[in-house]
Design a protein around this ligand. Structure first.
Ligand code: DAT
Ligand code: MG
Length: 155
């Protein structure tokens, strides 16, 4: 059975600068993901040390942090069936030139680190990342008329 999950998305400074926030949010809306949190976040060096801890020994780490702090990022929490893997599927591989056509990164970007978007890579990291960037009172449970098409009795 599919699991209703929540996942964390960050629209990176290149998405903001290239006027792609709407295009990217629209792809998640069209898929049937429910937006339950959405705000601008000014990332700090400390937040990025935590968020990208798995990359701290890489030579590009400092440049990656600098890139992520160029502008505010747009944070979203998305909810839906198997949201973590479904959102990663829509996002595509880390390197946009290796990502499958049809994905956000393949269709709209060319390079790392300018690959437009972050999305949690497992249910465990989704939980940690949602807590890192959103307070409980910034997340909204609400009924949507389209819930009947996107969740419910289906497989
Ligand atoms: P993903 O964003 O697909 O989860 P990741 O967690 O391995 O990938 O890396 C986080 C970000 O770090 C990635 O979106 C872009 C940047 N990055 C990864 N590998 C890189 C590299 N070899 N050179 C420059 N930036 C890189
Ligand atoms: Mg990652």
């Amino acid at each position: 059975m599919p699991q209703t999950q929540r996942t964390l998305v960050l629209l990176k400074p290149d998405a903001l600068q290239r006027d792609l926030l709407g295009e990217i949010v629209s792809r998640f809306e069209r898929k049937g993901m429910k937006i339950i949190g959405m705000k601008f976040i000014r990332l700090t060096s400390q937040m990025l040390d935590e968020h990208y801890a798995h990359l701290s020994d890489k030579p590009f780490f400092a440049a990656l942090k600098e890139f992520m702090m160029q502008t505010p990022v747009a944070g979203l929490v998305l909810e839906g069936y198997d949201a973590v893997s479904e959102v990663r599927k829509l996002v595509g591989s880390t390197n946009p030139r290796e990502a499958d056509a049809g994905t956000i990164r393949a269709d709209l970007s060319m390079n790392v680190p300018s690959n437009l978007i972050h999305a949690s890579d497992s249910p465990e990291s989704a939980q940690t990342e949602i807590k890192r960037f959103f307070n409980e009172d910034e997340l909204f449970a609400y009924e949507k008329i389209t819930d009947r098409y996107h969740v419910g009795e289906g497989i």
